[in-house]
Design a protein. Structure first.
Length: 408
């Protein structure tokens, strides 16, 4: 049976934490499944004046060791209780630090992101205000992995705003459908949304990767990073207190009270004016909304033309024979780079033709954006919350034959 957590749990105030603790906080790794026990553990860590770091329980031992080396916790909390963490040399934090979250590492090695209680509270209040959350009639459903900010931020905003909360240990479509309702708010990624046809929600907060073109009216698309404490741009518009700019090189820059304090290694990623450079390219639409084009490192330059993979992917997704698609590139002696479409076919026995996909891209994007190569694959490499691992895809293309046959 789903367990609803009442609104009696909430983080203590900064003044209470300062009276209770010394000058330094310790980091406690939470190694528990999603559910009421996880929420109680998080609350106990905060009440003790320490910071929490949720671990990804699905990781194999080598990856788990790397995560601990990034986080460097002093303690770990699991089903057996609290015990000293000997996997890495502990490193203290500052009083007021609430969370250390590892980034997904989708484009490189993961980093630890330090978020303060003030940042967590600012994110919770700004998102709840934008969504019109009323704790007396709404409840949150947390069904994404709690080791990622997109999942954990559902828990933290419920605690901060004292909104009823139900927590699942990861995404299970049948269980989510059973917990849905017109009073329920939920955070999802596009892959999960596709599996919930017919579900009713007050609001769906959608993030993690590029959204599909057609969306129900109750879906709010978000943009954010681990460093921003979850989404802070909703439907292209910044939340209250958030500033957004685009640099001369087209990079999205952000300011706001919900951003990280620093990385776990002490690096402070702000320029002299306080801007955080996201590494994402973007531009403002005529109506003033931010449009995120993709990672700067993902841009393809073919024949001198700039091509954004996500734009081409959106066009190719309209083909009925395409179940999933990722666009990347390979070196090309004539064009510099050639556009490559990696496609999971809807029916492996009757996959789409390269000529059909080229026509779609020519008609909807530009002639120079049309893929020059089609690779059929059985699946695409993704993170646990559905983000495409483009670097892994590039390595795959460089050294491995596709499982469903040679390139077209």
């Amino acid at each position: 049976m789903p367990t609803l957590l009442c609104d009696g749990c909430a983080p203590r105030s900064a003044a209470q934490r300062r009276r209770q603790t010394g000058p330094m906080a310790q980091l406690v790794a939470i190694d528990l499944p999603g559910g009421p026990g996880f929420v109680r553990a998080l609350q106990s860590v905060w009440d003790a004046g320490d910071a929490a770091a949720p671990l990804d329980r699905r990781l194999p031992p080598p990856a788990r060791q790397r995560q601990l080396e990034v986080l460097r916790p002093a303690w770990a909390l699991d089903e057996t209780g609290r015990h000293r963490c000997t996997a890495a040399e502990p490193q203290p934090l500052q009083t007021g630090d609430a969370l250390v979250m590892t980034t997904s590492g989708s484009s490189g090695e993961p980093k630890g992101v330090v978020l303060t209680h003030d940042a967590v509270a600012a994110s919770a209040r700004a998102t709840s205000e934008r969504l019109g959350v009323d704790p007396s009639r709404h409840r949150w459903l947390a069904c994404l992995p709690l080791c990622h900010i997109g999942g954990l931020s559902v828990v933290t905003r419920a605690l901060v705003t004292r909104t009823p909360l139900e927590v699942h240990d990861g995404f299970d479509a049948e269980r989510v459908l059973a917990s849905s309702g017109e009073d329920v708010l939920v955070s999802l990624v596009p892959t999960a949304l596709r599996r919930l046809a017919g579900a009713r929600f007050a609001k769906v907060v959608l993030g993690g990767s590029a959204p599909p073109r057609a969306l129900p009216p109750n879906v709010v698309t978000t943009y954010g990073l681990t460093e921003t404490g979850s989404g802070l741009i909703y439907d292209g518009l910044p939340l209250e207190g958030v500033e957004v700019s685009v640099s001369h090189r087209g990079e999205v820059l952000l300011k706001g009270p919900m951003l990280l304090r620093c990385y776990r290694d002490g690096t402070v990623p702000f320029d002299e004016h306080g801007w955080f450079a996201t590494g994402d390219a973007g531009h403002f639409a005529p109506d003033g909304r931010l449009v995120v084009d993709g990672r700067l490192t993902d841009m393809i330059i073919s024949g001198g033309e700039n091509i954004w993979p996500t734009t081409v992917e959106a066009a190719l997704s309209a083909h009925p024979g395409v179940a999933e698609v990722a666009v990347t590139s390979r070196p090309d002696p004539e064009w510099g780079e050639r556009v490559v479409a990696c496609v999971v076919p809807s029916d492996p026995s009757s996959p789409p033709e390269l000529a059909e996909l080229r026509a779609l891209a020519r008609d909807q994007v530009a002639p120079f954006a049309a893929p020059r190569e089609l690779v059929l694959v059985s699946s695409l490499p993704k993170t646990s919350i559905g983000k495409l691992r483009r670097e892994e895809l590039r390595r795959y293309l460089a050294g491995t034959e596709p499982p469903l046959g040679p390139p077209s």
